[in-house]
Design a protein around this ligand. Structure first.
Ligand code: LAC
Ligand code: ZN
Length: 458
């Protein structure tokens, strides 16, 4: 028996460390289309002491460690580092506390987003960020690790805004608690949020103290067809002037809508969608929707056919639908964000270039935040070659950064965005690397992610 594996088994119990091929295969990939990397083993701790024991064993042996929540990363954050132990946190899924008075929950990192909100339902509170298409699998720990956003991040912010405190195991195996239970603190620099979006490179989040929000009394949804994606994007600033606290403003290009059989949008010119959701008291939400209608009409909006099905249901299924349309060949994607005034021309340029090259680009996203998902399928009709798609991704990320936006609005850096980060943030990377050395002196925590600009990435 490999002495390192024996050491992990001694720490956790034999049945909590697997080298079974099926387990290694599951842990070798995430929802990105990056090549799988089989880990050395999968460790399944049930408590913080178990996590700390695994971290210390990896530190002593110099073995990399990749933490895994729901495995829903789209950018390779949870693809194992070569030779890594995968630390599967799915077994740490308890809701330890929910306080209505304090509007907070204390949860273990492995609790799934949808399960948490189901558990919270009787309290009348919820944890708002809603990751598009993966709310049924994404874990709170993974959401913290990437500062996951989603459809309602426009009104409620991303995960970061709701994190009041953390329990973290750092790379030397120490257990640290950061933050507090109250919503506001001025007690020195903010260590809690240093770990948000760090993708398991600075520490392993084991417990999260989350602020919660009252469930809105009423939710009203509106949707229109717009004459082109640039027009849909131009309407966004007017919508947000009319109703600054809209919960969601989404756009979906007509080509992507067309992937759904029967998803007619009520007009032969069926096309580009602009979707909004307003929250509040019933009268407020109604008034918000009326104001939205007034704001979009001058942009040429016409109503959706109510018989054509729920566009929000379609919205949640876009990522998976595009993946299916690629027939297993994979998808290269971006989630770059640009300032709102640049959004119409950014979108126009993406679609124009794809059309003139005879390629299929699927463009949708959280337009209210300037976050755009551009998906380039590597199979099916209008497929891109991988080098072409990666070239276009590089160009779009550089353009977004040059416009004052960012290379990742919500999915994180992982493997697939690290070169773009390195190019766009050259001045800050040495400081980030210095921070990594403080929290992870042996360099074992997900070492090839975020900071390491070398090698490939797709
Ligand atoms: C979405 C995910 C992919 O917005 O971020 O659907
Ligand atoms: Zn998204």
């Amino acid at each position: 028996m490999d002495p390192f594996l024996q050491c992990l088994r001694d720490a956790l119990g034999g049945d909590r460390v697997s080298t079974v091929p099926a387990d290694l295969a599951t842990a070798s990939r995430d929802e990105s289309d990056l090549p799988p990397v089989a880990p050395r083993c999968v460790a399944r701790p049930v408590d913080t002491a178990g996590v700390a024991a695994i971290v210390r064993a990896c530190r002593d042996a110099g073995v990399p460690l990749t933490a895994r929540g729901g495995g829903t990363s789209l950018e390779g954050s949870s693809v194992p580092s070569p030779g890594a132990v995968v630390l599967d946190l799915a077994g740490m899924d308890r809701v330890l506390e929910a306080s209505v008075e304090e509007r907070l929950a204390v949860v273990q990192a492995g609790v799934v987003f949808d399960r948490l909100n189901e558990r919270l339902r009787p309290t009348g509170l919820f944890f708002p960020p809603t990751p598009g298409g993966s709310a049924d699998a994404a874990t709170v720990g993974g959401m913290v690790a990437t500062d996951a956003g989603g459809l309602f991040a426009l009104r409620f912010g991303g995960t970061r805004r709701w994190v009041r405190g953390l329990e973290v195991v750092t790379g030397d195996g120490s257990v640290m608690r950061t933050g507090c239970r109250v919503p506001k603190a001025s007690a020195g620099p903010d260590l809690t949020h240093l770990f948000v979006a760090s993708e398991g490179t600075l520490g392993i989040v084991t417990e999260v103290t989350l602020g919660l929000c009252p469930v809105p009394e009423a939710r009203r949804r509106g949707g229109w067809v717009l004459p082109g994606m640039p027009a849909a994007c131009r309407a966004v600033a007017d919508l947000l002037m009319a109703v600054p606290d809209l919960a969601a403003v989404e756009v979906v290009d007509g080509g992507t809508v067309g992937l759904f059989e029967g998803a007619a949008t009520g007009d032969a010119r069926a096309g580009d969608l602009l979707l909004v959701e307003a929250h509040g008291r019933p009268a407020e939400a109604d008034a918000a929707l009326a104001a939205c209608l007034e704001a979009v009409l001058p942009h040429g909006a016409w109503p959706l056919d109510p018989a054509a099905g729920d566009p929000w249901d379609l919205r949640h299924r876009l990522t998976r639908a595009v993946r299916e349309s690629a027939g297993g060949a994979g998808v290269v994607r971006t989630d770059a964000a640009v300032p709102l005034p640049a959004l119409p021309s950014f979108v126009d340029d993406v679609l124009e270039r794809a059309a003139s090259a005879g390629r299929r680009a699927h463009v949708f996203g959280h337009a209210g935040l300037g976050i755009l998902h551009v998906l380039m399928p590597l199979g099916g009709p209008g497929a891109w070659t991988r080098p072409e798609a990666l070239g276009e991704k590089t160009r779009l990320c550089a353009r977004a950064a040059a416009l004052g936006g960012t290379v990742s609005g919500e999915h994180g850096i992982g493997l697939a965005n690290r070169e773009a980060l390195a190019r766009g943030s050259a001045g800050t990377l040495p400081w980030l690397a210095a921070l990594k050395a403080v929290f992870d002196p042996a360099g074992i925590l997900n070492p090839d992610k975020v900071f390491d600009a070398g090698g490939g990435g797709a």
